[in-house]
Design a binder for this molecule. Sequence first.
Ligand code: MIG
Length: 659
Amino acid sequence: MILKYRKGSPIKTDSTVLNIEISENIDILNKVLRDNTLTFEVNNNSFVYGLGGSNRGINKMGYTYTSYCSDDPVHTEDKTSLYAAQNFFVLKDEEKVFGMFIDSPVKITYDVGFTEIDKFTINIESDDYDIYYITGKNINEIVKEFRSLIGRSYIPPRWAFGYGQSRWGYFNETDIRKVFDNYRKNNIGLDMIYLDIDYMEEFKDFTINEERFPNFEKFVKEIQDENVRLIPIIDAGVKIEKGYDVYEEGVEKGYFCKDVDGKPFVGAVWPGLVHFPDFLNSKAREWFGQKYKFLIDKGIEGFWNDMNEPAIFFTERGIKKMFSKVEEYRNRENIGVYDLWDMKNSFMDMDNAQEDYDSIYHDLDGEIINHNKVHNLYGYNMTRSAGEEIEKLSPEKRMLLFSRSSFIGMHRYGGIWTGDNHSWWSHILLSIQQMTGLNMCGFMYIGSDLGGFSGNCSEDMMMRWLQFATFTPLMRNHSAIGTREQELYQYKNIDDFRNIVDIRYRLIPYIYSEYMKAVLNNEMYFKPLSFEYDDAISTRIEDQLLIGNEIMIAPIYRPNQNGRVVYLPEEMKLIKFKDGDVIKEEILEKGHHYITTELNEFAIFIRKDKKIPYGKIAKNESEIDYENISFLGYENTSYLYYNDNGITREISEKYIISI
Ligand code: MIG
């Protein structure tokens, strides 16, 4: 059951799709809500799940999280905000279980037993918000109920479940062709190559640098004929440049965010000085979304939206402040330690500065609103703008779309990647843990930069990361400019990488089928063990996941391991992969097991009396034969197989068959 409470007159977020009547009196809120703060008692048998892809573990207890979309590329354990703001959680303890969704785009802080170990305190920095209180007989039912409230999740084309190679630093056609050729030469599966900011002319959205891509359209086609798609990036900031159509039109029509004086707000990002499209305005959304046509007309079938927190490198205000600090200290005789830090901070604090956000204004279809009241909606609405218009531009075929920043509601228009992680072992675990909270919030097409974005990825780390990512819907290897090149062919044991990617393609019939059923039924594709098993051990496991209804995984995310302890909450069948095929199958009893997996091996566990479809090796999604499949797992059982054409927009129960 869903109850809705309203305080004040909240800004419309369009996060939800159901019309729920407002209840004046909600028992639990009467007890816990005071002055925009909710306080729940917790103890060490409390579990808080959700909050999207926020930092730290699956159970959010013990730390504090702030919903405030932030362009922070260093995801250390202490960070409280990453790129997204997803305000749905479930609280479960010995007495109760319920879900709550705070529908408000302002800053919201969740102090989950951090400041006070026995209190879970939520602070909403506004007097206007909706709170949905969701009950059900268990967590899965609550999540399902919530997901029906927020509407069906985005569905990409099936080829987007193939393997993708990306890197910031592919400069021109030659670089891209090199990637393509190397994947082909090494016979490694590939469906997508990503274009980062260097394909554009001076980082201007919806332009092509013609020196680097002299015949873009032809090139796109050529690669497409091999069934590989080029997926360009789109940034939020629009370069200020006379004669540049997107800039000229945006100014003329008043579609950019404004400053205090009602002039287009000026910030600086990759193109230098930019204006930010006012994605909170429906006309501006339509206008910007239609711009994707430029690339679609050139054969492009997918996009990734970046820098949409929005990220701001600096503004004139920041620069002025910096210089005035320098001036202030220039003639000082004794510059003290604190003076120096003060001066240094005026340089360092320039990006994503609160003072800059404070001075941005939006036109919400007639109502002028300060940015802080809608900050968390910006990236969401950039991707909504793209999603809505791309659907008009391509009514038949699905297109790939995912975003960096997000808010619940955006899950209907695109997927997300988890942003700038590092080549750290701890970030394999972070990625494993982020997946479940994202699914709870409706984000289904998800994945992390495989191998890590910043830093240098070693061969063994890439191997283990790839083994986990075999199961993430978005399986994209991405890295930053200046880091060690980490395309799979850059390492010594290319065969081992090829073999893992082969397994991915053999499992796509399963992965896609589970994805589609999860979307259709408002279920989770990635689940913590505790959502299905309630024994004392399962409820505490943070490094094993359920994938769909049949598989459990226990990835290796630490260096120098040739195996790990795996907990089986019930009897399961171990399937060990090596060399692109199964090398071992064994039924294991419930309990702890040490499972040996050398660097080039990995294991999955099939739940009791279940089986999964297993295809033949393919090097591209188009080569997968979805009809001629075999099975792994238990015999004398059936599997519910979702099998459509993978590309048209019609989604239906009728594609589910029992096999
Ligand atoms: O300021 O486009 O998260 O994936 O490669 C960095 C360059 C901008 C941040 C994205 C990353 C992308 C990078 N971008």
